[in-house]
Design a binder for this molecule. Structure first.
Ligand SMILES: CC(C)(COP(=O)(O)OP(=O)(O)OC[C@H]1O[C@@H](n2cnc3c(N)ncnc32)[C@H](O)[C@@H]1OP(=O)(O)O)[C@@H](O)C(=O)NCCC(=O)NCCS
Length: 142
């Protein structure tokens, strides 16, 4: 298992995973734009040349907004998400990110537990943020 920065050549594979996993997936252009800026950081985790997960943040004035956190279904529950996110946070701190913010569906207990394990706290609710299905988001902060 290897964690490295996402590159342009990864985006086709990442976009397929994104469509598999999320009901409102980012498109290729969203990823292309996101990895271009040096304020942002996107990481992938690969195993035997297959991308099995990714996550990233967009950095604005020392704040990192985390938008995508995903591990391929067969590889979940093996601590890979935790390692990947820990890596993102450590690298972000080196790049001057002092606070991380993310939003998560209130029913997504697995992700909430992962974020709590990393030290995130729930600081608010965003009403009806999600569609397909409609649901409130917790805003979490580290
Ligand atoms: C959320 C997600 C990234 C977690 O990745 P993962 O690699 O499966 O998580 P890990 O194995 O690293 O587990 C880390 C922690 O998450 C929590 N967790 C993981 N699986 C869990 C489960 N089935 N039930 C409850 N908590 C769970 C635990 O706190 C775990 O720590 P522990 O093992 O010490 O108890 C992954 O499930 C996923 O891709 N889900 C679909 C996409 C998604 O919902 N992304 C988040 C959008 S905000």
């Amino acid at each position: 298992m290897n964690i490295r920065q996402m590159e342009k050549r990864d985006i086709d594979e990442v976009s397929l995973l994104e469509k598999e996993i999320f009901s409102q997936p980012w498109n290729k252009n969203d990823f292309e734009e996101s990895i271009k800026s040096k304020n942002n950081l996107y990481l992938i985790v690969e195993s035997e040349n297959e991308i099995i997960g990714y996550c990233g943040y967009r950095g604005i004035s020392g704040e990192g907004y985390i938008y995508n956190v995903a591990i391929k279904k067969d590889y979940r529950g093996k601590n890979i998400g935790y390692k990947l996110m820990s890596n993102l946070i450590d690298e972000g701190k080196k790049n001057g990110i002092k606070e991380f913010i993310l939003e998560v569906r209130q029913s997504n207990i697995v992700a909430i537990r992962l974020y709590e394990k990393l030290g995130f706290k729930i600081i608010g609710v965003r009403k009806d943020l999600y569609i397909k299905p409609i649901e409130d988001a917790f805003i979490m902060w580290l």
